[in-house]
Design a binder for this molecule. Sequence first.
Ligand code: BGC
Length: 774
Amino acid sequence: MKQYIKVDGWNIIEEGFVPHYNKISESIFSLGNGRMGQRANFEETYSGDTLQGNYVAGVYYPDKTRVGWWKNGYPEYFAKVLNAANWIGIGIRIEEEELDLHKAQVTHFSRILNMQEGYLQRSFTATLESGKQVKVTATRFCSIVDDETGAIRYSITPLNFEGNLQITAYIDGDIKNQDANYDEKFWEETGASIQHSSAYITLKTKKTGFQVCTGMQFNVYQDTRPLAINVRPVQKEKYVGVVTTVKVKSQQETVIYKYAANLSSENHPVEALANNCEIAVGKAAAKGFKAMLKEQAAAWAIKWKESDIIIEGDPAAQQGIRFNIFQLNQTYTGEDARLNIGPKGFTGEKYGGSTYWDTEAYCIPFYLATAEPQVARNLLIYRYKQLGKAIENAAKLGFNNGAALYPMVTMNGEECHNEWEITFEEIHRNAAIAFAIFNYIRYTGDTAYLAEYGTEVLIGIARFWAQRVNWSEARGQYVMLGVTGPNEYENNVNNNWYTSTMATWCLQYAMDALQHVKETAADRYDAIIKTTVFDAGKEQEKWQHVIDNMYYPVDEQLGVFLQQEGYLDKEQILVKDLDPAQRPLNQKWSWDRILRSCYIKQADVLQGLYFLEDRYDIDTLRRNFDFYEPRTVHESSLSPCVHAILAAKLGDEKRAHEFYLRTSRLDLDDYNNDTEDGLHITSMAGTWMSVVEGFAGMRVRDGQLQFTPFLPGKWQSFAFNIRFRGRILKVKVSKQDVNIENDSTKDITVLIYGETVHVPAGATVTAKQGNLVN
Ligand code: BGC
């Protein structure tokens, strides 16, 4: 745990240069706009420890897997979002010396991520070996208005000399993924051009054949006037740059503006890439840095209006939650249904930038409540479009008749991870995808989604479950063998309660969906039956039989659902009785020992109780929570939020807050010593859930919003903005009151602590905490 980030409501601030923290800060200060993103690398050369990272959404490479004994059914590749061309590069030479913070003496260093307006600013004073001193302020952003462009303002002022300043503005495409399995380079150059102060390079990925044209244009100002510069092109393999030398005087500021664009063949015809890139760069340069930044701030103001959380009385918590919301909004904007949310977003290479069940289980609620319905809908459509591949995935494993198994890790719908037990056997992801459809419709009321897209997906998923169970003669029930639940510290188990419960839930939901479509959209029903070759009578009869005869492990004496068959055979030593020196288990214990232990990596039974909470009475929730929580080590950042929400529901406000604290500043404080790999983007959505579903108790039942709020810890108040069915609401919970402001033109009726409250358009209503006032 580190605490070097200065607490501030709207800014993330680092003061002082600690090379040892550089990779952590590169992750924390990352920028993105849903279409591209980058780590907070330096513009000028840095020869110290760094992970250079630029990423273009949707551009991936199928790296060869590393598997000892290949078996049928293993995926052929391990896909990763590629580290792409570095467009921020501005090399600075002062006379004969290169500006490199690894070699210079650095003072007055600061990095500020301005979350309100969406830009990064870095300042420092560097003393070179020769004693020459320069002051630099670099500001940059990835535009959320023109999401293929970015801009940099790089200001440099000599403090004690005059002479020549050589500037090289460049794009470096000779980039390698640090996590490449065989140290291969994945890009090859297909074209490059340099025209005066602009340069363009097109790179193509091997195998997948994606092409990305990255372009830049720069200009130089002194005394607020543009300089007519002499330029010299530099071209090397996968590299284009432009060099200019300007005379500088002591205390005279030189400002370099660099405009860049990243265009991918996913969005442009290959033959038009270079030309369109030139247009995009030209447009940015014509608009100018100041105007672009102004637009950026205005666009972020709208995002904050919909998604901000305001906490009074705890500045560190305020900064933590805003940081999470900021990063989520930088990662996914919902504008493109081909894109998804990698667990590390655009902030690092780990998890390959692929799509996991994290999206459906943890991220959907955030985007549902903080953006137009289209945003979450596009995440669902992403899976709809991959239904064919999910059917192929299942067929490769021996399933038939249109059974669909969505991948645990994917780029294009194909499974692309290389661990069997932990990853492939986590077939529970299929259920999260069905649950996301349910969750989306529950929140938005968009039941038409079922006829349009949802039901086909649900049929594929239901068919998979109906084939994945088998009839046990011995039990006279259906069982589900050889699975891994969300708790990855148990592999290849039989009858995982969560998986079996969610499987039958999916079967029932698929039948409900079919019935709904039959009643409301007969034509679509007929079309779906035809496309899916669905034998409505026979197949549903089987589904019903599975629902009625499924085996779920329970312990009657303890009154708890059993995570899986045989869980109680394990030695039951609680986490509190474990020597803290033994943790985290995944770093201290052998895998063999972990698998045999009773310790739970992340919510498993409790994940099911969270999803399906309305099925269970409060005593059942409490018994299971009290049993599993003391056995959970939360070694996945996705775990504490589920515990926070359940603790809040059980009235344990103190513990709800404690669970929240485990993830709220996870990356800002480098809680798990792994922030340098990238940020935990998907768990950030879980932190948001802890506040809104946990502390505010927000639920949607029968189309109505409900709240049962309490004020955690030392907070004086908290407020959050949400969208709900055409309204923008601001919910504020303070010591005495709960206020709901309806900032829209439509009235709404909500439930607060079980009482109906009408909130007219434009009005604010107040209820007493725990008791209704008016
Ligand atoms: C978790 C998974 C998750 C993955 C990616 C793992 O550590 O156990 O549930 O999908 O990380 O975030």
